[in-house]
Structures are given as C-alpha cells and as structure tokens.
Design a protein around this ligand. Structure first.
Ligand SMILES: Cc1cc2nc3c(=O)[nH]c(=O)nc-3n(C[C@H](O)[C@H](O)[C@H](O)COP(=O)(O)O)c2cc1C
Length: 231
C-alpha cells in the first residue's frame, strides 16, 4: 500500500514539474511577443534561444544612440572680425543654422594703426610671415561635440588673417566638416581657403567656401548655406 502511495506521489510530482516548465516557456513567448513584429518573426525562425537574445536586446536603453547622433550633428559658427563685417554674417549663419557661435578674439587686440594696410603695420607684417600665429584669448571647451564648423574671416592681403591658422592648429578637427566663408573689399576667397585646408588633418571634409561683400543680406547667406550644407 505504502509503495503504491509513493508511486502515485512520484507521478504527481512529475506532472507538477512539467506544468511549471510549460509556464516558463509561455512566459518567454509573451516577452518575445512584446518585440516589434520583425523581431518576433526572426525569433520564431531561430527558436527559443534567439527569443532570449532579443529580450536582452530589448532591455537596453533605446535612447542612447539617438543622443549620440544629436551630439554628432552640432554645428559651431566660428569667426574672426576686426571691423564687424564678418561678424554680421557669422551671426546670420548661426541664426539660420540654429548653431552655437564662437568669436576668435586676439589676445592682443588690433588697433586701427595695426589694421592700416600697406603701412607695414602689425597686420601687414603678420600676413607677410607665413609662420605668424597671433595668440587667441580663450578657447572652445567642447569642440568634440561639434561635427561641423562654419569658419568666417576677412581677407587680409589675399589670405585669411594668421590668427585663423592659430585657431585651426589649436584643435583636432579630424573627421569634422569645415565650411569656410570670407568677406573682403573686392578680393575673392582665392587660395585663402586652400591654404587653410592644408593646415587640417586629411580626414577633415573641407567644403567649398565663398566670399561675401559688406552688407550681404541674411537671405543671401541662407541661400548659400542651403546649397552648401543644408541640402
Ligand atoms: C590688413 C588688411 C588687409 C586687407 N587686404 C585686403 C585684400 O587683400 N583684398 C580685399 O579685397 N580686402 C582687403 N582688406 C579689406 C577687408 O578684407 C574687408 O574690409 C573685410 O570685409 C573686413 O572684415 P571685418 O570687418 O570682419 O574685419 C584688408 C583689410 C585689412 C585690415
């Protein structure tokens, strides 16, 4: 009698355990059915093991890659302007692009006498010296956050002021996009942009720049930016 009770109890135990096992499987199927449709189909094709992998993947925060993408798409408008012409256009560009803006401020400000060209003044001397690197006051703390730099400068003796070279040599622009623009009395952007490009690492995507005259409208700047980087 005792023996048959043991046998009956053993059978009961086996049934209970089998029941628990089924519940676990049902639970796994439920969590798989919470996945997007395509993932569920793939899980069904691959069997139970894939479902577990899919479930683990689903528990990872989905917002991380999006944040990363936002960071990578930030634009910084950088400019140097001795008499305000380039500054107005840089401000237009920042407004149009909804971008941050940074002014390159010389540690030693340029006086009117410094800027009087063809007088062998300070600006003339700097432009005649390929290696002149006027010091910049302050810096961009978070340069790594920006993927695109719009770089504005006035033309000085057909070239960018040497302080732009100081700026380009102060940061690692690897992998970034740089779009230059300049203002001038009459000269074009000419070789100024090519010479600045040469100061950058090979991995910089250097876009074709443009020269603007004083009094250029915001609409003109917008039209250019649309073709150059907003396309
Ligand atoms: C030292 C110096 C050199 C310049 N050389 C040229 C030049 O070669 N060609 C030109 O068209 N304008 C030249 N300019 C005029 C400036 O490029 C022009 O006024 C520019 O728009 C000024 O920009 P900013 O007001 O942002 O400084 C020169 C100005 C300075 C101060």
């Amino acid at each position: 009698m005792k023996k048959s009770i043991y046998v009956l109890l053993s059978f009961a135990l086996v049934f209970i355990m089998a029941g628990c096992g089924n519940h676990k499987a049902e639970g796994a199927q439920e969590s798989a059915s919470m996945q997007p449709e395509a993932q569920s189909e793939q899980a069904a094709d691959n069997g139970e093991e894939s479902s577990e992998i899919e479930s683990q993947e689903a528990s990872e925060p989905v917002s991380e890659p999006e944040q990363e993408t936002d960071m990578e798409q930030k634009t910084l408008v950088v400019y140097f302007s001795a008499t305000g012409t380039t500054e107005s256009l840089a401000e237009y560009a920042a407004e149009i692009l909804n971008a941050d803006i940074y002014e390159i401020v010389p540690e030693n400000p340029y006086t009117e006498a410094d800027l009087a060209y063809y007088t062998n003044g300070r600006a003339d001397q700097e432009q005649n010296d390929l290696n002149a690197r006027p010091a910049i006051s302050g810096s961009v703390e978070n340069m790594e956050e920006y993927s695109t730099i719009v770089l504005g400068y006035p033309i000085w003796h057909g070239q960018a002021p040497r302080i732009i070279s100081t700026f380009l040599e102060s940061y690692d622009f690897s992998g970034k996009t740089i779009l230059p623009f300049c203002t001038s009395h009459s000269s074009g952007i000419g070789s100024s942009a090519d010479n600045l490009h040469e100061l950058c690492p090979d991995s910089v995507k250097w876009l074709e720049g443009r020269r603007f005259e004083a009094g250029t409208t915001k609409e003109a700047m917008e039209n250019w930016l649309e073709g150059a980087i907003l396309k």
